[in-house]
Each structure stands twice: as C-alpha cells, then as structure tokens.
Design a protein around this ligand. Structure first.
Ligand code: DHE
Length: 559
C-alpha cells in the first residue's frame, strides 16, 4: 500500500523549474503543456514513493526500460514485460496487489492517460541545491539576542501539541491543558514532521518543499524566528541533543537533492551539506539515496541518519563539523521511519520495502540485528512496553499486512536475563482487522497500545483506531470509531483516523480525523484509561490534520 502524495500549486511554485529533460523520441507523444502538467502531478502524487529519478523505493521502478512499450506495440523483449499505455493506465487507475493504491478517485481519466504516457519518457532531473542556495533562502527574522530572555506566556509548554495541517502549509499549536488553539502559523508546504529543541522552547518543522521553520514558544504568542530552505523535497529534522551540544546544531535530510544539511540550531544559518549519493548495500551505485528518518543519539554526540535507497545508516559525530566523522553501517535497502527502544540505546528503523527492521546499537556503533517482519513495516516512532512473557518489546504496525509486530529488545537489567533468548525476534504478531496501519503508540503510564489503519481501503477500518490491552494481548483490540465519535456528518470521501499521540501525563490520546481539504476535519481526544471520548476539536481552521507532536513526549522521545 502506498501513500497518495499531495502537494499544491504553492509547493510547485517553489520547485526548481530549470529541470533537465531528455525525452524519449519513441515514447508516446506529449505536448509541452502536457509535459508541464504531468511533471507537476508526478511531483505531487508519485515522487514520494517512486523517487524523482523513478528508480523505485516503496513504489516500483518506473523507468522507461520497462514502462515503455516498443514502437511496434510489442510487449515483451528479452523476457522483460514492457507495460505500455493501456496497462499503465489500469495500474494507475485501479492499483495493484503489490501495494499501489488506486488513483481513479483522485485523477481524471485524462490525467491517468497523461501519466501513463509521461512515465514512458526519461525522468526529469531537478537541479542540485548548494550551500549558497541555502544561504540565499535563509531568513533570520529575529536574532537570538532580540528574543525573550524568559517565557513570556503562562502556557504549559510541555503539553502543547504541534499539529500538522497538511494541505494548508500551516502548523497549529494547541494547548493540551485547555484544548484551545494557541496559534496557527505558516510553514513549509505539507509540513511533514515537527521536532523539539533539547530545551523544549523551540519547535522545528519541515515541509515537503524543504522549508524549515523555527518557532519560538517563549513569546506571548508563538513566533517564527527563522526559516531556511534545504532543497526541494524533505521529510526530516532533529537538533543536537547531547550534553554540552544542546541545540547547537540542527540537521535536516532531503529527498531531493539526496543530502543532509547541518545548520546552526538557534538561527538556522547553513553550515555544511553532505551528499548521500553512493553505493547501496548490494554494491550498486545509486544516484538518489534519499534521507529518511533522523534522530539525535542519547548517549553520544551523534545523529542517526537513515539513507533510504542505499540502506546505509550513518552515525554522524557532530563534535567537529569541519572534520566530520561518520560511521557507516550497512543494513537493508529502503530505510524509512523508526524510533528508540525502551533503553534508548538501540534505534529501530524500518527498511520498509525490504520487510525488515534494522536495530542500530548507538553505544557500539554497530548493527545489532536485522529482523525479518511482515510486509512493509511502518512504525512511526514505534511503541515500547514490557511484555509479560518476553520482557521489553518494541512494536511496529505494517502498511502491507494485518498485524502489529512485537520485537523483543534487550534489557540492561540482570534480572531480565531470562528474556535474552528472545532478543531481536518477532515474538508476537497482534491481529489487526486489515492492512494499512501507519502509526502505533503507547506511554510508560499506560496499559494500552493504540494502532491506526488509515490506509486500509475499508471505510470502517480507516476511520477507526484499535486499542490493545497490554495486560491481555489475547483479547481482540477494542475498535473506536473516530469518525462517528467526532459527531461530524458523514462525507463521501473517507476521513482517515491517523497518528495517535499521548498528552504529557499519558492520560489522553489525541487522534487526527483527516478529511479532505474542503471537509471539516477534527482532532478527537480519548481518555486512555476508560477509552471514553473526552473532547472533539473541530475548529474550521483545523484543515487536514495529520501528525501531532506533544512537546514533552517528543522532546524526551517518550513512546
Ligand atoms: Fe511520512 C514520518 C516519509 C507519507 C505522516 N514520513 C516520516 C518519516 C519519513 C516519512 C522519512 C520519518 C521522519 C523522521 O522521523 O525523521 N511519508 C514519507 C514518505 O516518503 C511518504 C510515504 C510519501 C510522501 O510523499 O511524503 C509519506 N507521511 C505520509 C503521509 O501521507 C502522512 C500519513 C500524512 C502527512 O502528513 O503527510 C505522513 N510521516 C507522517 C508523520 C510522521 C512521518 C505524522 C511522523 C511520525 C512520528 O510520530 O514521528
């Protein structure tokens, strides 16, 4: 199952226009206007999974050597199937068993035909993005010395939720104590994630368009104090969090160009760019190894940077960025998202299209394990709890399978030596009502494990969340119908229940009900103990909410 990417004309306006093109003469004809339109649709809907160069990652390779039918209409050459326009149209419209979702409800027939023709041509290559380009885009709106010296508001910042309003290019900051919207700020287009400074004062957000926004929460109202563009397509950021380096640096990863950038943590001044192009774990050169998840180590002054296409996990030592030391760990291709185990020593990252989870030991700087899992693991940051039989486990859901996998992780404590034999094994698979999970979540104070299923094709499943009782995992999960509980009238399109996030004290779980851009969406809040509905936030400004990041839990990696 793949995501239906979405980007607006706003984002497209920010995409570099001077793309080099080398169109195949023997591919189906395209006018200049059609080519421009197809290029836009490709970036909006397809590039996230298939890659700008169409080499394939979560999605299949879409290069002309197999998308393009031969001029005489022949569909096979040397044992290779040539797809051609008719077959491509069907795949785009109806999806495949391999995980491609249907686009017949998003694109018109004409657009589907256009895309089927476009992807038989050689891919467009966007320009590179240099340190100079970053410098030119950098806006230091308020220098550090002019910012407040103390918190100027009475808000409990630890319980603020930074909520992505995906299709509006905005971020809502919602007060978790009062459930009031504190403010809504402009950000990059389709903000992907927000992360917190080590101090808990600043929110860093990154848009799909590569724009990083630094928001200071010490003002009376939150204020954007700096912005910078890192490239034309991005998904991840984190700060330096190790003692002595707190917020000194910010690192951001881009999908295009494939590289990571180091910036000053308080001003976003660009300092260094490092390309991730190179060899895959299979020893093949890859021109587009995109930077997926990034986290800051708890036990060393290092970032863990996961490079999708090559399957390389980089441990980047930030103590001396002019003489950068990097440990490169081979894992498995198609690294995506991940989170810490309970001890915060091991980083668990999904190699999603390889159906594996890699565990990195950040103490020894080595790969601890490569665990085979069910199809397309997608943990978000995962969830940690102590399993009665197997000790500490880290959970991941799956986009491509109807289970939540529990992977046993090592315990540092001697008394738990009995669990050792289970380390790095999938010890249990909890049954979900179908595939299409994106995020799981729990909290140290909770006995519940929450799992969504927003990419499931069934409305009933996609609009609900499922809650497992960790005291008795043999019980079926309790289904909470988020769409119904929101009290909003039913819409034609499915409103997906996505991304459970705990409040600071672990007593509430917030779920986004992600409707279309013109539908009223909601944030639906449940009491974690009773699973009763507590509050629905349905302000007209809450448009297409997806990820939510509780300040305290994000700052301290609590999940
Ligand atoms: Fe995400 C995390 C990439 C589509 C919501 N997403 C991530 C991370 C990556 C990623 C690499 C890890 C960042 C980190 O931890 O540093 N996401 C991608 C894609 O490439 C993909 C498949 C397609 C695309 O074009 O972007 C994609 N993601 C989506 C969505 O459609 C989601 C559901 C809605 C949205 O807002 O775009 C979505 N992704 C999220 C969220 C997180 C995330 C909420 C953070 C989870 C967390 O709890 O940390």
């Amino acid at each position: 199952m793949r995501f239906k990417g979405l980007m607006s004309a706003v984002a497209l306006a920010t995409l570099p226009m001077a793309m080099s093109t080398a169109f195949a003469a023997d591919a189906p004809p395209l006018s200049d206007d059609e080519r421009a339109q197809a290029k836009q649709i490709y970036f909006e809907r397809c590039a996230g999974c298939h890659g700008v160069l169409r080499k394939g990652a979560t999605g299949k390779n879409l290069e002309p050597h197999w998308t393009k039918a031969l001029a005489d209409g022949t569909k096979m050459e040397g044992g290779t199937l040539k797809l051609g326009t008719d077959r491509l149209e069907k795949i785009i419209a109806y999806g495949t068993d391999g995980g491609m979702v249907n686009y017949d409800d998003i694109l018109t027939k004409e657009e589907i035909n256009l895309m089927a023709r476009y992807i038989q041509h050689t891919p467009d290559v966007p320009p590179e993005f240099s340190l100079k380009d970053m410098e030119n885009s950098w806006k230091l709106i308020v220098p550090v010395e002019e910012r407040p010296k103390k918190q100027m508001n009475k808000i409990n910042l630890k319980n603020i939720f930074a909520v992505t309003l995906r299709d509006t290019g905005k971020l809502a900051l919602i007060d978790g104590d009062t459930k009031q919207i504190w403010d809504i700020l402009d950000t990059g287009y389709a903000v992907h994630i927000s992360r917190l400074s080590a101090s808990g004062r600043y929110v860093y957000t990154v848009g799909r368009d590569g724009l990083v926004t630094l928001i200071d929460m010490w003002y009376e109202k939150p204020k954007t104090v700096a912005t910078i563009r890192m490239g034309s397509d991005a998904r991840s950021v984190d700060t330096s969090k190790f003692k002595g380096y707190e917020d000194k640096y910010l690192v951001g990863g881009t999908y295009w160009p494939p590289q990571y950038s180091i910036m000053d943590g308080e001003t976003l001044k660009p300092l260094k760019i490092v390309s991730t192009r190179g060899m895959t774990v299979d020893g093949e050169y890859h021109p587009e190894p995109r930077v997926a998840s990034i986290v800051s180590s708890h036990i060393k002054p290092e970032w863990v940077i996961n490079v999708k296409e090559t399957g390389m996990i980089l441990l980047v030592d930030y103590t001396d960025i002019e003489n950068l030391k990097t440990t490169q760990i081979d894992s498995a291709k198609f690294l995506h998202d991940g989170g810490w185990d309970a001890s915060k020593r091991y980083f668990m990252v999904a190699a999603n299209a390889s159906n594996k989870v890699a565990a990195v030991d950040t103490k020894t700087g080595k790969l601890a394990a490569l665990v085979d899992t069910a199809k397309i693991p997608h943990p978000g940051r995962g969830a940690n709890f102590t399993h009665k039989q197997y000790g500490p486990v880290w959970a991941t859901g799956h986009l491509g399978d109807d289970v939540v996998s529990l992977i046993s992780t090592p315990s540092e404590e001697k008394k738990d030596a009995k669990f050792k034999e289970h380390n790095w094994k999938v010890v249990e698979e909890l049954k979900m009502p179908g595939a299409g999970n994106l995020f799981v979540k729990t909290h140290p104070k909770s006995q519940n494990l929450w799992a969504d299923a927003p990419m499931n094709p069934e409305r009933e499943v996609a609009e609900s969340v499922y809650v497992f009782d960790m005291n008795d995992l043999s019980k079926e999960p309790r289904r909470l119908d988020v769409a119904k509980d929101s009290g909003l009238p039913m819409t034609t399109a499915i409103r997906r229940a996505v991304h459970p996030e705990y409040s600071q004290d672990g007593s509430e779980v917030w779920i986004s009900l992600w409707g279309g851009k013109t539908d009223q969406s909601a944030i639906v809040i449940y009491d974690d103990k009773t699973l009763k509905l507590k509050k629905v936030i349905t302000d007209p400004n809450i448009v297409t909410p997806t990820g939510k990041f509780n300040v305290f839990n994000t700052q301290f990696d609590i999940y």
